[in-house]
Design a protein around this ligand. Structure first.
Ligand code: GBH
Length: 464
């Protein structure tokens, strides 16, 4: 059950979810500061003002990574720390990431840097945010600035994390910042996010970046009944979830069927200028794959009826309740879908190597005598790492696996109610407790091998 030699193991985080210190050292407001400050947007009206106070506690957090023997660490830089107004450099903002990276390297941890994990400078949102084409060019300047400052120590670069969420949840259904509910605008935002990826990737290359990637979220689609209407419903979901961003990045443009599916909410065509699709299709070194759960789709009896699924273009479609074991978020646990996804991507992406950039699960953890025995999360990781191993054994080109997340953190619209960490955080005292799942994962990493019997981890006595 061992993984290939040199397999990349680590954990992942994102700036707004862990840093706090939202006004320190000249940081400007981001759309998430603005959104979270509006009552009713985030569960419990939580904000990222403190989060995990990682900005002040990064040395302790790196110590945890070191103790757990984590070779890689994926984090994101906050654009509004580095450029508070989206354009003007704030050296004190860069200095934080200097300190962070230097400390990681001192502790033998390889940094992997994501430039955009959803925290757009508010100043740019005031100019239309991702609806404004110019923001793609500003992103390229930001990418170049960050690479100039940190590129001597960071080899692996990601432009954007999950443009799907930034566009569809941010501008389409209003669940995420900036909170717009305009599906037409979401489509335009999606195109500009991809354009930003393309310009950003070009800027990174020009500046000498070693490895350039994008991280996309995927959700394999399952259907109960094998007939034409069900297959067609599944196809629509699949194109939206799994092809909208991937196909243009691979140089295939937007699938024409997808544009047809979306025609009733808006049209992308006016946003697509000559040459855009070439810019978006930059050569990449690997694709970051985020997988959490599958989607179960079904057609509605009335094909003209509006979908219950809060995503654009799904008229006449419905999502079915998840089945089997769920996480506390209500997401279905289905490791087979993960294997299928990695095999499908290997085939679909023509030899582009894959790195699992996020996988993990939220559960309601309990602190007992200063420990967190999160047996359900141990099982989730055991099964899903086993699923990656199965995929590799069957020919999937997976080069690494990063667990989401190092710390319990600000879980976007859910505030602090969903805990994804390998390390528990008490948000009152900021005390960290290493969970059983962290020790389990540390053993997987140390052995470069999947657990022999995935699922056989009800008892965690075997956890070091
Ligand atoms: C990741 O997003 C994020 O990168 C990370 O910051 C976050 O903490 C983590 O997951 C856990 O949530 O779109 O309404 O059809 C995962 C995003 C969530 C996107 C589920 C697709 C499906 C529901 N995925 N979502 S919907």
């Amino acid at each position: 059950m061992t993984f290939p030699h040199g397999f990349i193991w680590g954990t992942a985080t994102a700036s707004y979810q862990i840093e706090g210190a939202t006004t320190a050292d000249g940081r400007g407001p981001s759309i998430w500061d603005t959104f979270a400050a509006q009552p009713g947007k985030i569960l419990g009206d939580a904000t990222g003002e403190r989060a995990c106070e990682h900005f002040h506690r990064y040395r302790d957090d790196i110590e945890l990574l070191h103790e757990l023997g984590m070779p890689y660490y994926r984090f994101s830089t906050a654009w509004s720390r580095i450029m508070p107004d989206g354009r003007t450099i704030e050296p004190r903002g860069i200095a934080f990431y200097d300190r962070l990276i230097d400390r990681l390297l001192e502790r033998d941890i390889t940094p992997m840097l994501t430039l955009y994990h959803w925290d757009l400078p508010q100043a740019l949102e005031d100019e239309g945010g991702w609806r404004n084409r110019d923001v793609a060019a500003y992103f390229a300047d930001y990418a170049q600035t960050v690479h100039k400052a940190l590129g001597d120590r960071v080899r692996q670069w990601t432009t954007i994390n999950e443009p799907f969420c930034a566009a569809f949840l941010g501008y389409g259904n209003g669940q995420h910042a900036p909170g717009l509910k305009d599906e037409g605008a979401a489509l335009v935002a999606a195109h500009h996010l991809l354009l930003a990826h393309g310009h950003g990737a070009q800027a990174l290359r020009a500046s000498g970046a070693d490895e350039v990637s994008i991280v996309l979220n995927f959700s394999p689609v399952l259907t109960e009944v094998d007939d034409e209407v069900h297959r067609e419903a599944a196809r629509k979901f699949d194109f939206l979830h799994n092809r909208f961003f991937l196909d243009p990045v691979l140089g295939r443009g937007y699938p024409p069927e997808l544009l047809e599916d979306l025609a009733h909410v808006g049209t992308l065509e006016p946003a697509i200028e000559d040459g855009d699709l070439e810019i978006i299709a930059q050569p990449l070194d690997w694709l970051g794959v985020n997988y959490y759960a599958p989607t179960r789709s079904t057609p509605l009896a009335d094909p003209a009826a509006d979908s219950n699924c809060p995503l654009p273009g799904l008229r006449g479609m419905d999502v079915m309740p998840p089945q089997g074991e769920l996480t506390s978020f209500g997401w279905e646990q289905r490791p087979e879908s993960f294997t299928d996804l990695l095999l499908w991507l290997t085939e679909h992406c023509d030899g582009l190597p894959l790195i699992v950039a996020e996988n993990g699960a939220a559960f309601a953890d309990v602190v007992e005598d200063g420990r967190v025995h999160d047996a359900e999360r141990v099982r989730y990781f055991a099964k899903h790492i086993g699923a990656v191993h199965n995929a590799v054994a069957r020919g999937a080109d997976v080069r690494g696996y990063l667990a989401w997340s190092l710390l319990d953190n600000f879980e976007w619209a859910m505030g602090y109610t969903q805990r994804f960490g390998l390390v528990h955080v008490d948000f009152e005292t900021q005390q960290r407790i290493v969970k059983d799942s962290a020790r389990f994962f540390a053993a997987v990493v140390a052995g470069n091998s999947a657990p022999e019997r995935a699922g056989a981890h009800d008892a965690v006595d075997d956890v070091p």
